[in-house]
Ligand binder design. Structure first.
Ligand SMILES: *Cc1c(COP(=O)(O)O)cnc(C)c1O
Length: 354
């Protein structure tokens, strides 16, 4: 499919423009220098989806453009979604709902009782979300028994005459995945303008809507790069199946054939560490490196692990100096402004080095 054709099919979908787009695609020369320079390290381009604007930004804004558009098209009066206490998705859903004049309920899972009122959770309250906390049952996956609470909340809203629209965890439904089909169109245009063909696109992968959209977009446009999703939590192979299904359903929304189901849905399992939301030494090092070379603010849960994979592949020479790679910065900075992230950062080796 041509970019033109895909753009017009995307334009036919309900959407509410909330994200600030396009986001910049920037060179990271100082990061490259710190990783061995032109002799050893590929050219690194950073796709700044941390700068999508909506409620402090991040990748969920692209999904929410389509999800909120769908909610409004269906006459919703409010949205409900789920996530961890420090969910960027929940925070951006609250922001998006307010921009669209909708009420918002968040059902959030926590292993700490009470969850500290900081970072994303503080912003959820600032945006006026009604927050319902449920205890975690599996810290590796960051899941709790949230379905029952979502059902109760939805029923009580309906009983009061409301029309709640439920958004899947991470916004990772077919509608949400359209955001990263559109994101791929944007990236492809920027790469073409620069005249570069990257070998890989690195990104942190959680609930898989980003992966589904990126894979579908690259498949439809026949783009040559490999998508290198870096898993931040367990749950394979079910999550691969989820990505496949969501990509197939998103293809159907676009009237495209579902052969994307045969595409490669790869995620690297090597950087999860002890589980979702638990910082890793190589992730903390990647955070310092990105901050001290390019003033990029990563987060310990997602983007630190994503960049740690890229750094490891430069050091192991899996990537060559002649390659170009893209790091998709998916956001998450509010989770860095928490006492847990601070404690991890200051106790990691290298913090004192200036
Ligand atoms: C949600 C999120 C991701 C992962 O996106 P999925 O579509 O859930 O896989 C990556 N980075 C950040 C900062 C996120 O908030």
């Amino acid at each position: 499919m041509t970019i033109h054709e895909l753009t017009s099919r995307l334009a036919a979908q309900p959407a509410r423009r909330l994200a600030v787009l396009p986001t910049p695609l920037e060179d990271a020369p100082r990061l490259r220098e710190a990783l061995g320079g032109r002799a050893r390290c590929p050219r690194i381009l950073v796709k700044r989806d941390d700068l999508t604007g909506l409620g402090l930004g991040g990748n969920k804004a692209r999904k929410l453009d389509f999800l909120i558009g769908d909610a409004l098209a269906k006459g919703a009066t409010s949205v409900i979604t789920t996530g961890a206490a420090q969910s960027n998705h929940a925070r951006m859903t609250a922001a998006a709902a307010r921009r669209a004049g909708l009420a918002v309920d968040l059902v959030l899972t926590t292993a700490d009782e009470p969850a500290p009122l900081e970072g994303n959770l503080l912003l959820d309250h600032l945006f006026g979300a009604r927050v319902h906390m449920v205890p975690a049952v599996d810290p590796m996956l960051a899941v709790g028994h949230d379905e029952a609470v979502v059902r109760q909340v939805a029923e009580s809203l309906v009983a009061d005459g409301g029309r709640p629209y439920v958004i899947a965890v991470g916004g990772s439904s077919a509608v949400g995945a359209l955001g990263y089909v559109a994101g791929t169109v944007e990236l492809a245009g920027q790469l073409a303008a620069l005249g570069v063909a990257p070998r890989r696109v690195y990104f942190a992968s959680g609930s898989r809507g980003t992966q589904a959209g990126l894979t579908l977009g690259a498949h439809l446009l026949g783009l040559p790069y490999d998508l290198h999703g870096v898993a931040v939590s367990g749950g394979e192979p079910e999550k691969i199946e989820r990505a496949r299904r969501v990509a197939g359903e998103a293809a159907a929304l676009l009237g495209a054939d579902a052969s994307v189901r045969e595409a490669r849905f790869f995620t690297d399992q090597g950087f999860i560490g002890d589980g979702y939301g638990l910082p890793t030494p190589e992730g903390l090092e990647a955070m310092r490196l990105a901050a001290r070379t390019e003033a990029l603010v990563l987060d310990p849960t997602y983007t630190a692990k994503g960049l740690a994979a890229l750094v490891a592949h430069v050091r192991s020479s899996e990537l060559g100096a002649d390659d170009t790679v893209v790091f998709l910065h998916t956001g998450g900075a509010p989770a860095t402004l928490t006492s847990k992230a601070a404690a991890a950062l200051v106790s990691a080796p290298g913090w004192q080095n200036r």
